[in-house]
Each structure stands twice: as C-alpha cells, then as structure tokens.
Ligand binder design. Structure first.
Ligand code: C2E
Ligand code: MG
Ligand code: MG
Length: 498
C-alpha cells in the first residue's frame, strides 16, 4: 500500500487531486495518489483552498479524512497504520509574544520539518490551528516502526528555537490501526487523547494510546473546559488564613488560598482542581489571579490601617518554570505598590525535590527582588540538609501530618523539635500547619516553633471575614494563652481599631 501526500512549496497555486488505482502484483493493493498540479486560473485556486491548508501547503483536515478513510478501507485486510497527533503547545504563547508573524513562522517550520522527516508514503495534515496529524504504515508491535514514529517527533525539536526548552513544547500521541480501533475517526481521536496525556506527563516522546486514557482524559478534559470557563467568569476566588506568632500571638501575615465555586458542582477543593490545573497548564493563570487578588487585598488592608506584615501565595512548579516568572512578580509588585519584603512565596518541598536546579535558581532570583521564600509541606519528602543549607530560604512550614497529634505522641514531638532546631541553625523560621487542638498549640510552643496556622485560630475565609478576625483577634488572644494588653495590641493585627 502506498500513500502519498505530496505538497508543494509552490502552494500558492497548487491543487490536489485525489486518485486511487491498483498497483502491480508485488506492490500494494492501493496507491493513493495526491497529485499536485500547478494551475493559474482563479477557479482552480478556489479548488485548492478546499484541499490544502493555506499556511503550510499541507492537506487540510477534510482531505486527510478522505485519504485516511480510503487508506483504512482498502488496507483493512493486510495493513497496519499509525496515526500520530502532534500538538504545538506553545503556539498561543508564540502568538502572544511575536504576533502573527511568530505564530506563522512556527507553524511553517513544523510543517517543513515534518516534510523532511517523512517519506513519500506518509500522509501529513494540518488538522487545525496548532495540531498536525501524520498517518503512516506502521505496526504497533514492530520496534522498527516505533523508532520511525519517535524519529518524526524528535525531528521536530530542531524546527524552532522555542522547542529547545527543558519543558516539552510539543505533545505527541499515537494510535494504531487495527490494534486500537478500526474506525478512522476513533483512530485520530485516540491519537489526540494520547497527545493530551503526553502534555500532562510533559513527555518528550510520543505516547501510545491506551484504553484507560479514554475515561481519565475525558474526566480531566471536562474539568479543564469548566476551569477555562470558570476563570473567565470569576468563579475562582481567594480566601485567607492568618499566621500567628506562637510566642506572643502577633499576626504575622496571611496565606492566600484559591477556591473554585462551580455553579453546578458547588465548591471544588484545591485537592481536586490543582492537580488538573497543573496537568493542563491552567495553574499559572490561577497563580496570577490569586497573586493579583492577594496584592490588591494587601493594598486595601494597608490603606484601611490593618497591619498585616506578610501575604503568602502558593506557587507551583509550572509557574516557576516560566522564564518570565521573576519579571511577572516584579511587574505585579510595582502595579500594586507592595514592598517585595511583604510578599512570600510558598513552594512545596516536592518541587524542590523534583527539580533542584530550577528551584535553586528561582529562589535566588526571588531573593534578589527581595521576596521571601518558604518551603511548604516540609517533611513530606526527603530534602537533604546540604540542599537546604545552600539556599537562602526564609521559612520552613512543618506539614500538617506532623502537627496532628503532636501533643500526644512523643516521637512526633521530638521530630518536630529537631525540625525547628535545624531550621533555626539554617536561619529559617518555622511555621506549623494545620493546628486544630489546644494541645497541639501547647506542644508547638514548648518546642519554640515560631509561628502557626490552623482551624484552631481561623479557617481560611474571604477578605471581608478576615477583617472581622483581625478586628476581633486582640480580644480573643487571651483564650489561646497569649498575654498581651494595651498598646502592644496595636502592633499585632490591628494598627488601628476600626
Ligand atoms: P497548603 O499550601 O499546605 O495549604 C494549607 C492547607 O491546609 C489549606 O488547604 C488549608 O485550608 C488547610 N488547613 C489550614 N488549617 C487547617 C487545619 O487546621 N486542619 C486541616 N485539616 N486543614 C487545614 P486547601 O485550601 O484545601 O489547599 C490545599 C492545598 O492546595 C494547599 O496546601 C496548596 O498546596 C494547594 N493550593 C491552594 N491554593 C493554591 C494556589 O493558589 N496555588 C497553588 N499552586 N496551590 C494551591
Ligand atoms: Mg501553602
Ligand atoms: Mg502546606
């Protein structure tokens, strides 16, 4: 079976004629010939537009669909076909940075790279804006064929400078006929699902389709679609949880946490939507929106006379990986006129663990700006002392799982004691997460943990409710064993009574 989908550099006037004819006895049963003819008449140019993608000169989706249909129909008995879906993840970004010219150049270069790497039996197609599809004869189990498929994806890496980044900018998935399906439509759909999985996994290689992807991705996809819609319609809001100085009851700051109130699903917890947002790339939009809200509210509290020294925002690896991360932070601080030393980022220990170099370089950049950096959920991974020693971190947050029951378990208490002592030697302050019981507070005080947050003091609440907390805190402090009176109250929580 021979499949040819030749396109032309002279795409301006090329046209595509679909033809099929039988090959000789030793050859394939069908030769699908896409003959390119050059014609000048306006009429034929119109015909051309129907078959080819005008930017790349590759067959468009309509043509591809027909060609693939014929290919599978005629080759059903003796052939195996691989369909590869290629998604240019950074096309939108190229457009944002360099306009049409940049986006067009990216697309053209990819098309050219595909042409160079594919042989004339391979069908190429520009499926839609950022997606290309390739169909070629290949067996699912044949190693040689799998290598050919990877070679096509590999070849794309040199097509454009933006593809040289550590994080893959191309996602590729592959589905096989007839092993995965006999339907042409499903074949393309399965390859696209596999590509979506590849983008979630940040895989540089083409991921083969697996039947489990259908349900998993459809689920993620639904959340993804709803998330995009929700971000545009302000369904995401920010709540705040105060951080309290455990030795004197002072309010040291607030942690900003994101909430999603879906109109039909109700509140969706961060545990549910953050992992999907990380996989599908929305997490940076969530970060920007939370940071904007936090800085705006910090500005407002400052104007109203509340003394809230520090606002903390959680940052995920995806945001940190962005080259312009430090620039974005600088710009937002300027926009909201917030002193850098009043902003703190919480980065989970797992990020530090997974990508040491990235973590170190970003921490240094942030410290240069003057922003504080905390290591979140400390104790959940095995961060080395040496690694910690080399970084200018400000705060170590002891994970909730250690705080829970610290008042009743000697081992947990001595472990937390060690963490506090270690942090102090490294010049870091410790903040205990998830304090729920008075005994936990008492135990943390005994080991001289400097600060804490938890439902015991206050659950995360919207800005207006936080103001109520700030106003009432001086009156409530004594109930937690904090002794403070008179003027001292004014420097803790409230600069002036409202
Ligand atoms: P985290 O940064 O460690 O935040 C603390 C989590 O503990 C919050 O959960 C908070 O509501 C919860 N918490 C606070 N006090 C207590 C307590 O006394 N008991 C218990 N059981 N829980 C307490 P939340 O808001 O559900 O957030 C969960 C995680 O989701 C956060 O953990 C953080 O890693 C992530 N997250 C939340 N918002 C964002 C965001 O805007 N960006 C990113 N990247 N991650 C976020
Ligand atoms: Mg946090
Ligand atoms: Mg935490």
């Amino acid at each position: 079976m021979e499949l040819r989908a030749r396109d032309s550099e002279r795409q301006r006037s090329s046209s595509l004629r679909l033809d099929s004819r039988k090959a000789g006895p030793a050859g394939p049963s069908l030769e699908l010939l896409t003959a390119v003819e050059f014609v000048d008449s306006e009429l034929q140019m119109l015909g051309n537009a129907q078959h080819y993608d005008s930017q790349t000169g590759l067959p468009n989706f309509e043509s591809f669909r027909k060609l693939l249909g014929i290919l599978l129909q005629d080759g059903a008995d003796d052939g195996e076909v691989a369909v590869i879906w290629i998604d240019l993840l950074n096309l939108r970004r190229e457009f944002s940075l360099h306009g049409w010219t940049g986006a067009e150049s990216l697309v053209r270069r990819v098309a050219n790279a595909l042409r160079s790497s594919a042989d004339d039996k391979t069908l190429l197609c520009r499926f839609s804006g950022r997606c290309f599809v390739v169909a070629m004869q290949a067996g699912k189990l044949a190693r040689r064929d799998r290598r050919r498929i990877q070679a096509i994806v590999e070849a794309l890496k040199n097509a454009h400078p933006s593809f040289q980044q550590a994080e893959p900018q191309i996602a590729a998935g592959v589905a096989f006929y007839p092993a995965d399906t006999r339907s042409a439509e499903d074949l393309v759909r399965f390859a696209s699902l596999a590509a979506t999985r590849a983008s979630y996994l940040k895989s540089h290689a083409a991921i083969p389709f697996h039947s489990s992807m259908n349900s998993l991705i459809m689920q993620d996809h639904q959340v993804e679609v709803e998330m995009e819609y929700g971000l545009e319609r302000s369904q995401f809001t920010t709540v705040y949880q105060p951080k309290i100085g455990l030795l004197d009851g002072s309010i040291l700051g607030v942690e900003a946490l994101t909430r999603w109130n879906h109109p039909a699903w109700g509140p969706v917890t961060p545990g549910e939507f953050i992992p999907v947002a990380e996989r599908c790339g929305f997490i940076h939009r969530i970060f920007e929106s939370t940071m904007r809200n936090a800085l705006r509210d910090a500005r407002m509290w400052c104007k109203q006379g509340y003394l809230l020294p520090i606002v903390t925002v959680n940052v995920s690896a995806n945001s940190l990986r962005r080259r312009d991360f430090a620039g974005t932070v600088r710009r937002m601080l300027r926009e909201w006129q917030i002193e850098p030393t009043r902003l703190e980022f919480e980065i989970t220990e797992s990020v530090m663990f997974d990508d040491e170099e990235l973590f170190a370089s970003r921490v240094r950049q942030l410290k240069q700006i003057g922003v504080r950096v905390a290591i979140d959920d400390f104790g959940t991974r095995y961060t080395g002392f040496n690694q910690l020693r080399q970084l200018p971190l400000d705060v170590m947050k002891i994970d909730r799982c250690f705080v829970h029951g610290i008042g009743r378990c000697r081992d947990t208490l001595s472990l937390c004691h060690t963490i506090v002592a270690m942090a102090r030697r490294l010049g870091m302050r410790t903040v205990a997460e998830g304090i729920e019981e008075p005994e936990e507070l008492e135990a943390l005080r005994r080991i001289e943990c400097e600060a804490g947050q938890g439902y015991l003091f206050q659950r995360p609440v919207p800005a207006a409710e936080l103001e109520t907390f700030l106003r009432e805190w001086p009156g409530r402090m004594a109930g937690f064993g904090f002794e403070m009176a008179g003027e001292a109250k004014e420097t803790h929580g409230l600069a002036r009574s409202v």
